[in-house]
Structures are given as C-alpha cells and as structure tokens.
Design a protein around this ligand. Sequence first.
Ligand SMILES: Nc1ncnc2c1ncn2[C@@H]1O[C@H](COP(=O)(O)OP(=O)(O)OP(=O)(O)O)[C@@H](O)[C@H]1O
Length: 259
Amino acid sequence: MSTANTPKIRMRGVKKAFGPKRVLDGVDLDVAAGQGMVILGGSGSGKSVTIKCILGLIEPDEGVIEIDGVDVLKLPRRERESLGDRIGMLFQNGALFDSLPVWENVCFKLLAQNRITRAQARDKAVEVLAQVGLAETVGDLSPSELSGGMQKRVALARAIAAQPDIIFFDEPTTGLDPIMGAVIDGLIVDCVRRLGATAVSITHDMASARRIGETAAMIHKGRIVWTGPAGNLGHSGNAMVDQFANGEREGPIQMELRR
Ligand SMILES: Nc1ncnc2c1ncn2[C@@H]1O[C@H](COP(=O)(O)OP(=O)(O)OP(=O)(O)O)[C@@H](O)[C@H]1O
C-alpha cells in the first residue's frame, strides 16, 4: 500500500541480459515523489535500459519495479499500458515527427488516445508551447524548420502536455551549446516543479546534472554503486563517482576501450 514514505519509483534486484551479455545485474534504486534524480554512468553501462525497464519497453529477467508501491511487472498488460498515461518522456534525439506540425507533435499522445479533439489539442499545444517559451506561430511549423534548441523545447512541451506525474529525460542537453543547455535545464526544472512531477534524467553533462538533479545515482557494472546529492558530484568522496564527474582518465573505473 502506498503511504507518504512510499517511493514514487522503487527498483529491487532488477536484472537484464541480452544473450550472454548481462547489462543490469541487480539494480536497486529509490526515487522519492517530487524528486529530481539524475542517473550517471559510462557509455553502455545500462542507463537507458534501466529507464526502459521502468517504462515497460524492456521486460527485466528478474527483480521488482514498483510505482507508487504497485509492482508494475505483475500488472495485467492493459493496466500496465495505462500507467504510461502518467509518464512523460523526452527522448535523446527529440524524436519529433517531421511529417506533423509542431502542435500535433506536442499533443501527439492525447490525440492518439482520442483524449482530446483536434481543436482542443491546438489550444492545448499553444498553452504548453508558451510554457517552454515558444510563440503560437511555432505550432504551425514543421520540426525540421526549427533550430536544435527549439526542437528540444518542443520535445519538452510534448513530454509535459499530458501532465504526467513522472517524466524521464534522456540526455536533454546533448547537442546544444552551453547557454542553450542551461536554458533548457531551467525550463525542465520550471516545468517539473509546476507539475509537481518526479523527474529521472540521464546525462553526461555534469553542469546539467547539478542543475536538474537533487539526487544523483551512479550505475557501474549493472548496479547502482552510489547515490547522493547531485551538488556533491565531483567532490562526493566516492572515488568512482568523482573520477567520472571530473572526467579523469586515472581512477578506479577502467574502461578497456579507452586505454
Ligand atoms: N534491445 C537490446 N538488445 C541488445 N542489446 C541491448 C539492447 N538494448 C541495450 N543493449 C545493450 O545494453 C548495453 C547498455 O545499453 P544502454 O543503452 O542502457 O547504455 P547507456 O548507459 O544508456 O549508454 P549511453 O550513455 O552510451 O547512451 C549496451 O551494451 C547495449 O548494446
């Protein structure tokens, strides 16, 4: 049963292998309701697989994943799918559809599920675009006509349009200049706060991690090896985390491909 102390997301012993390759080897992670959690880890360490397991896009081999205290892996398919209505996602590359105008992209999920008429969707898109600093006229453009920073704003608008209570951000500032990255981070923080949502982000950008995360977790060799305040990244006292956050070649993390 869910109580005030129940984590929004709770993972215990989550394992996932692809063929002989074990990617997740017993992930334990708690994300408190309303918290901003950043997941760090080397390339290929399993950050995206972790998020996809929570989203239900990948089925773990073992373990427990709870949302609001409910074991989602045991839910019937239909109930599991309806959980998706409460979850927003900003994909790494934005994943916008160039064949649709911006406003339809923003309200894509609401339209696809017939939760809203096209006229309502247009109004809703204008309202959400304004929240990410975009003018009404942008709604009629194709995503291909927008700069990278504007595309990220549209992707953010799409992630929040259905007012989810959990939002995942996969490398939200990748490919942006540092100032635009900071602007997008600011918008993310504002939007998440306005919704009162729980946010889980993957990023390799430490400045971004400190801005959008309250808490950080580091994944290494398929397990969460450290959790602590995002503000401590780089001087956490954990040699592995500090090597990673400071981008040092020497340290406990040996990356065969980089030698
Ligand atoms: N559907 C899949 N089938 C087979 N292997 C997969 C699949 N999805 C992920 N993997 C493998 O799992 C490992 C972890 O992938 P994942 O995408 O989670 O890494 P990541 O930590 O997000 O990395 P990056 O920072 O580079 O995006 C990789 O070796 C990847 O090749």
